[in-house]
Ligand binder design. Structure first.
Ligand code: NAD
Length: 279
């Protein structure tokens, strides 16, 4: 790529996503926020979805508009079908279409399995898995309606699912979250298989430990950060921009032949670091 998405405050000299329309869910915080700004820096117009925290969403919109691309904030709960349908429909009305969906919104409701309530279980599955499915379904309908526009992109549309290393690493105390991300993996691969013949690319990014509000207690003191680093061979906690870069790359035509893949962006967390000393 001609320009990193983590450069501050100016448009890319080589806008890989110029003229494309992107929707990022959960884009007023953490990874979604960095991704929305990163896609804007690559030349895309960006819809900033949020479910609460309208001020933070407007701040992201302002930063994207400073990059001389279009942006607006849209409040919607991704687990509510009618709200997702309305969000994508408004995007088609206002921006003309959608080229890139980043299904990022997610949350945790942690508890030991024997203490986990049905509501904790269901909430995480509703947002992390059903929410991604609803957004993917609505985006895919528009991709199919519009088809490939060669001057915009080689494909008819790109869906990037935000998964986690916990799509493959079991996680005690987080059975709802791990199950949701395992589900995201198989949903992503199945959608990729089903939609690839229509020139739609579906892929996932699986972050390791990234410094965001979702996991603040894991990194906000030197002791907890040291504990986390034991699992990260590359020996640093990730930043949201590490994920934004990966998403932008996957969404671009540079990755046109990448279909149904999970890109782990985790500093080596999935390399079983416990075995580095012989197991
Ligand atoms: P975050 O809490 O900063 O951001 C999550 C975003 O999702 C927030 O904007 C939140 O408001 C939004 N959201 C929650 N419920 C929603 C709903 N019903 N509708 C719309 N938006 C909703 O956390 P983050 O770390 O930036 O998480 C983003 C994604 O990355 C999540 O899917 C998470 O599982 C994944 N992830 C994060 C890490 C990490 O280490 N931070 C690691 C692996 C995967």
């Amino acid at each position: 790529m001609g320009s990193s998405v983590s450069e501050g405050g100016r448009s890319s000299s080589y806008p890989l996503l110029k003229g494309q329309k992107a929707l990022v869910t959960g884009a007023n915080s953490g990874i979604g926020r960095a991704t929305a700004i990163g896609l804007g820096r690559m030349g895309a117009d960006v819809v900033v979805n949020y479910v609460s925290g309208g001020e933070a969403a407007q701040d992201v919109v302002r930063q994207i508009e400073d990059l001389r691309v279009r942006s607006y904030a849209h409040e919607a709960d991704v687990s509510q079908e009618d709200q997702v349908v309305e969000m994508v429909s408004r995007m088609v009305d206002e921006l003309g279409t959608i080229d890139i969906l980043v299904a990022n919104a997610g949350l945790q409701r942690d508890a030991a399995a024997i203490d986990m309530t049905t509501s904790q279980w269901q909430k995480v599955l509703d947002v992390n898995l059903t929410g991604q499915f609803l957004c993917a379904r609505e985006a895919a309908k528009e991709f199919l309606r519009r088809g490939v526009v060669p001057e915009v992109s080689k494909s008819a549309g790109k869906i990037i699912c935000m998964s986690s290393v916990h799509q493959m690493i079991p996680w005690a105390g987080h059975v709802n979250y791990a199950a949701s991300k395992g589900g995201v993996m198989m949903m992503m691969e199945t959608l990729a298989q089903e939609l690839a013949p229509h020139k739609i690319r579906v892929n996932a990014v699986a972050p390791g430990a990234i410094r965001t509000p979702i996991n603040r207690s894991a990194w906000d003191s030197p002791e907890s950060e040291a504990g986390l680093l034991r699992f990260i061979p590359y020996n640093r906690v990730g930043d949201p921009e590490d994920i934004a870069t990966a998403v932008a790359a996957l969404a671009s035509d540079l990755f046109d032949y990448v279909v149904g893949a999970t890109l782990y962006v985790d500093g080596g967390m999935t390399l079983f670091p416990g075995f580095a000393t012989g197991g």
